[in-house]
Design a protein around this ligand. Structure first.
Ligand code: MN
Length: 456
């Protein structure tokens, strides 16, 4: 029997809502996993990617990560991992650094045997490159084999990468696929093979409402997958449906019914009542000890014809202005990449460059043609997160990144259907701090899923 912890999507270094406490929370959750591994006497910690939130963690993040990895190493618990989409660098990976220090093993197409199990790894692969994959894995002599990989896999609802095809074509028979990328834990079985997402260890977005945790996977005759919870910062969700005549007092009253001390407060307002000022509610929550408060008034969306800029929704104003600019499809896509927060700030310059390259390589010159204004830019096509200070950082990154990226921003590409185009409606505002009152929509809509990939 071999028992391992399967974790992933730790997003270390993510300073969510721009507060340092959240950055510490992500590290603390990862530390808990490591301590549980040591206390629980498992034979390995398997990490399915997105160890870091982006490819440029700070030195402090790297040092703290090393400290956690040493905790595992001191207890002789190997750390086996693959590279996720958030942290992927162009050549050498952070994981290679940790491996060179003897603190991690980067899983690949050769077996890494722990106990009775041969572990293999497949890093995140962008959609445009998946057709070329061979799924060739070197043989092993262990009792079981497991593949650790990162992406949105079918047959899960949001899947764009067919796990069944991997299972069929792989030269090794896997008993389980230990997956990362999707932040909600979920398990399915395809024929005899278990497919399981361990989920994120901290809420990388306020949409991640379920308790966070990780998997404990036991390989015996069969594979057994158990969940274990993590003690993470409390998120208080308050849904207020205002009746006619009700307003900000009612929202405050509802928020005030909760113990807010040290919590992240997420308020959604809907209904018939009076307009409210989100800032007034946020201030109320902060006064009562909340670490962060975010108020979304969904009623702003009901009135699409409004052109007046309200404090609650400057995004509308930006969206309106972008429509009037007559940008090419490509430029609109770049605008979205830069302003919205689906792409981690530090990754924007590279992302922009790769999109332009891809378009040019594939001869999509028409994507650079200016479009007439108002030509059906849907709400969803344009960034909803314009007020994010991330947009500022991102702009800097683009310039710092220099090279082709800044140049490209002028004519920009439209995504060659590579699944990474962020044409989704807002789902990262909570994850990124945002303007505090931008709109949010549930990410469950399968049409949005191709782009969830980017965000996850
Ligand atoms: Mn992730």
């Amino acid at each position: 029997m071999t028992r391992v912890i399967h974790t992933g999507d730790t997003h270390l270094g993510y300073q969510q809502y721009h507060v340092p406490e959240r950055r510490e929370d992500f590290m603390a959750a990862f530390r808990q996993v490591a301590e549980d591994a040591v206390d629980g006497d498992v034979e390995a910690v398997v990490h399915a990617g997105d160890l870091f939130h982006d490819r440029r963690p700070t030195l402090t993040d790297v040092l703290d990560t090393l400290d956690v990895l040493r905790t595992l190493d001191d207890a002789d618990v190997p750390f086996l991992a693959v590279v996720g989409n958030h942290e992927a660098k162009r050549d050498a990976q952070w994981l290679d650094l940790f491996a060179s220090m003897g603190l991690a093993t980067r899983l690949d197409d050769e077996p890494t045997v722990v106990g009775d199990v041969a572990f293999y790894g497949l890093d995140y692969v962008p959609r445009s490159q998946r057709d070329a994959l061979e799924y060739d894995f070197a043989p092993h002599e262990a009792d079981h084999a497991a593949l650790v990989t990162h992406g949105q896999f079918k047959p899960f609802d949001y899947g764009t990468w067919d796990a069944e095809e991997i299972i069929e074509r792989a030269t090794v028979d896997f008993a389980a696929l230990l997956l990362g990328d999707e932040h909600a834990a979920e398990t399915k079985q395809v024929d005899d093979v278990w497919l399981t997402y361990c989920g994120s260890t901290e809420r990388a977005s306020a949409d991640e409402r379920d308790d966070r945790g990780y998997n404990v996977v036991t390989f015996e005759d069969d594979v057994a997958i158990a969940r274990r919870g993590l003690d993470t910062r409390e998120f208080v969700y308050v849904e207020v449906d205002l009746a006619e005549g009700e307003g900000v007092d009612r929202v405050r009253e509802r928020v005030g019914q909760h113990d807010l001390d040290g919590t992240v407060v997420v308020v959604h307002v809907d209904g018939e009542g009076d307009p409210i000022t989100p800032a007034a509610v946020e201030e109320f929550a902060l006064d009562r000890g909340a670490l962060v408060a975010r108020v979304t008034d969904h009623r702003e969306f009901a009135d699409e014809s409004a052109t007046e800029v309200s404090f609650a929704d400057p995004d509308d104003a930006v969206r309106q202005r972008v429509r009037e600019l007559g940008l090419s499809e490509a430029a609109r896509d770049l605008d979205e990449t830069i302003r919205a927060s689906k792409v981690a700030d530090a990754n924007v310059a590279d992302e922009v460059e790769s999109r332009v390259r891809e378009l040019v390589d594939e001869g999509h010159a028409d994507a650079f043609e200016p479009a007439p204004a108002e030509d059906g830019v849907s709400e969803a096509d344009v960034g909803d997160d314009a007020t994010d200070d991330g947009a500022v950082t991102t702009g800097d990154d683009l310039i710092d990144g220099g090279d082709d990226a800044a140049e490209a921003a002028d004519g920009g590409p439209a995504p060659a259907d590579d699944g990474d185009s962020p044409d989704e409606t807002e789902q990262s505002v909570a994850g990124d701090g945002g303007g505090g009152s931008a709109s949010e929509s549930a990410p469950e809509d399968p049409e949005d899923q191709s782009t969830m990939e980017e965000y996850l």
